[in-house]
Design a protein around this ligand. Structure first.
Ligand SMILES: Nc1ncnc2c1ncn2[C@@H]1O[C@H](COP(=O)(O)OP(=O)(O)OP(=O)(O)O)[C@@H](O)[C@H]1O
Ligand SMILES: [Mg+2]
Length: 387
């Protein structure tokens, strides 16, 4: 349904007139529901703090009740992430067309004046970051069956974006905070297609370093090479988190245990992968299946992107339709290696070209990575040349 319930008042400003022209020109926007600012404001009680449910790199998120009775998650894009109406609506139209059981549904948007607001289906059980990895602040019990269902669901959603949507979508930000859970704990991937909504000079990833860095594939982090294989790497990291119930990086652990991927490979080589399974399961899990999932995770995170399987193969491996094969799993691309590299680079104050990564991608004096976002990495909807 296309509806443009805009009233520009008595005196039509030139900006409003221009926007109206753009709306007309984009009359092919079959899928987008355009909300007025007033509708949005009413839905979330004037953006009250009681309704604020989160804050991410793009801006704040509010829970709201829409006029039609739907409960929505309302994402107000921050000032820096606002772009022109035409570009915004074009991208929104692409995202709105995409529907899948394991993808968060975009209801519509608001583009009044300077405002750029996205309206999504509200998911009742928050994100995997806040529940499974939230350090005991959630009541949800993730038993073994639920975890395997989540792994397969996310894999299916990502396979859909990678292989069925045309043009293919590289998500670019697969991580636990972007996996939301509905009332039945069915996982839904959020924020796909968003990278194109922000101006290319903005380094979205930089704002949420701690939650993002451990998911970045080395070739993307260092050279800005963004292909589906970078998403597959992030998905592999996520798989390990789901099985272990641990965040990918934990600086409070002894060195050697801090990076979960490093630990996983070490245990794989020793034939002790089962030691990684979340102890909170109290032994109630299928050990063979757990080791299989961890091996798939290692396949997905291999340093050489070409060796990583496609997402449709990953789905088949997870569901048992395809053997994971006995071929040797090669060493993962490790974030600790990248961190060393970044620290060294900053110390040497090497100036890099914008095609590799921008200046803010250096690490600070404590060795904390600030950003790996690259100019080439800001376009998430693109054809993949990795195969
Ligand atoms: N559709 C939704 N339903 C319910 N809660 C949501 C929804 N979308 C977002 N949230 C909540 O808002 C929080 C912030 O989301 P947002 O996507 O802005 O940031 P993030 O995922 O934490 O980080 P990033 O900006 O890097 O993706 C999420 O962690 C989640 O708790
Ligand atoms: Mg998000």
């Amino acid at each position: 349904m296309t509806c443009f319930p805009f009233s520009f008042g008595k005196k039509v400003s030139s900006v409003a007139k221009r926007d109206a022209d753009i709306f007309e020109e984009l009359s092919g926007l079959q899928n987008v529901r355009i909300y007025t600012y007033k509708e949005i404001r009413n839905a979330c009680d004037n953006f009250s703090s009681a309704n604020k449910i989160g804050e991410g790199g793009f801006g704040s998120v509010y829970k709201g009740l829409l006029k039609d009775g739907k409960v929505a998650a309302i994402k107000v894009l921050s000032a820096e992430s606002r772009q022109g109406v035409r570009e915004f609506l074009t991208e929104i139209n692409v995202i709105s067309e995409i529907e899948h059981e394991h993808l968060v549904k975009l209801y519509g948007c608001c583009v009044e004046g300077n405002q750029r607001i996205l309206v999504y289906n509200y998911l009742e059980n928050n994100s995997l970051a806040q529940t499974l990895l939230g350090g005991g602040y959630s009541n949800i019990q993730f038993d073994w069956r639920t975890r395997t269902r989540i792994c397969i669901g996310v894999a299916r959603g990502l396979a859909f974006l990678h292989e069925e949507v045309r043009p293919h979508i590289v998500h670019r930000d697969i991580k636990a905070s972007n996996i939301l859970l509905d009332k039945d704990l069915t996982p839904k991937i959020s924020d796909f297609g968003l990278a194109k909504l922000i101006p290319s000079h903005m380094t979205h990833v930089s704002t949420r370093v701690a939650g993002t860095i451990g998911y970045l594939a080395p070739e993307y982090a260092i050279r800005g090479q963004l292909t589906r294989k970078a998403d597959i790497y992030s998905f592999g990291v996520l798989l390990v988190e789901i099985v272990s119930g641990r965040c990918n990086t934990n600086a409070s652990l002894p060195i050697g245990d801090q990076y979960i991927l490093e630990k996983t490979y070490e245990l794989y080589e020793r034939g002790e992968l089962v030691g990684l399974v979340d102890i909170s399961l109290n032994g109630f899990f299928d050990a063979e299946e757990a080791c299989k999932i961890l091996k798939i995770a290692l396949l997905c995170t291999q340093d050489n992107p070409k060796l990583r399987p496609s997402m449709s193969s990953v789905v088949k491996m997870l569901t048992g339709e395809m053997d994971i094969g006995e071929s040797k799993i090669t060493k993962p691309g490790l974030i600790s290696d990248i961190m060393d590299l970044k620290v060294r680079e900053q110390k040497n104050n090497i100036k890099t070209s914008s095609s590799s990564y921008n200046d803010s991608s250096a690490s600070d004096s404590q060795g904390t990575i600030k950003s790996f976002a690259t100019s080439s990495a800001t376009n998430s909807v693109q054809y993949d040349q990795s195969r």
